[in-house]
Design a protein around this ligand. Structure first.
Ligand code: GUN
Length: 284
């Protein structure tokens, strides 16, 4: 059976949720009740689902969450005004603006209007910069989730070859930085990389985040490699699947994360971790 090879997001996130709930209880005992404000503009169905999940997670760990649902027609100025108000509100510890935003709103300007001390997504230039130089910061939730899974599985990447496939600002770039900080030798592959398989075959750990079903196949990894699958795709049957050919890889890898039940759950739990951290920082 392959169960011992699985790094289960369900298992890791459950452990972390216990820790988070304990921290929330301690904060509450000191008179601080962690609160996350989520802003969603428009009615993108995927975004609505993600936001619903975020509120459910908060409730589970006794974190207050409020939902600010704005119409598609909201102007950038109106959105910035709401963020400014939340920045000033001492009862709010974390602010999350669900992406994507409607085309008429400039995402970069909106994200950077968030007080970096409340930027629980870790998307502001201040947090990205601090993360890059190894200073205290809010690490973005998905990359940190990948690191948490490796930690939990006892995979020490110090001195190991880590190949990241994908160079997005949300996953590929930041997860590469986090791996580098753990003293891994990091290679970043992307759509213009000449021969990706040549690189991944040398990797001790492959982190794949390209958004393409069965992108990473068994012939692309060495025996005993660890695979972290960040992809969330729908296959032709409408079933949720990752970027890795799980069935092909399972016989060859030493560890692999499933989809569903993998990195996605870790993204969610890291938002809670960051919100609690924001509340703890605000107390100081
Ligand atoms: N849209 C898809 N993923 C994310 C995320 O992690 N944070 C935000 N704010 N929006 C998203």
């Amino acid at each position: 059976m392959y169960e011992e090879k699985l790094i289960s997001g369900k298992e890791v996130s459950a452990v972390l949720k216990v820790e988070i709930s304990q921290k929330v209880a301690q904060l509450k005992a000191r008179g601080v009740h962690p609160k996350l404000s989520v802003i969603i503009v428009g009615e993108n169905p995927a975004s609505l689902t993600y936001v619903k999940g975020k509120h459910k997670d908060c409730a589970e760990c006794n974190i207050i969450s409020d939902n600010i649902a704005l119409p598609e027609s909201t102007t950038q100025a109106e959105l910035l005004e709401i963020i400014e108000k939340l920045n000033r509100d001492k009862s709010v510890h974390g602010i999350l603006v669900q992406l994507p935003l409607p085309k008429h709103i400039e995402e970069y300007a909106v994200i950077n209007a968030i007080d970096p001390a409340k930027d629980v997504d870790g998307f502001t230039a201040v947090n990205v910069g601090n993360m890059n130089i190894g200073k205290d910061c809010f690490a973005p939730c998905t990359p940190q989730g990948c690191m948490d899974m490796l930690d939990y599985a006892g995979v020490d990447i110090c001195g190991k070859d880590v190949v990241v496939i994908g160079r997005s600002n949300i996953v590929g770039k930041p997860v590469s930085v986090l791996a580098l900080q753990k003293s891994a030798t990091v290679t970043i592959c992307h759509s213009k990389t000449k021969n990706i398989a040549e690189k991944t075959r040398l990797a001790d750990v492959v982190i794949v985040a390209v958004g393409r079903e069965k992108f990473l196949t068994a012939d692309m990894v060495k025996e005993g490699a660890v695979v972290i699958d960040v992809g969330i795709n729908r296959n032709s049957m409408g079933k949720l699947c990752g970027d890795a050919d799980f069935d092909g890889l399972i016989g060859k890898v030493s560890k692999i994360t499933p989809v569903p039940g993998g990195v996605g759950l870790m993204t969610r739990v890291n938002l809670l971790k960051n919100t609690v951290k924001a509340a703890e920082n605000a107390e100081k």
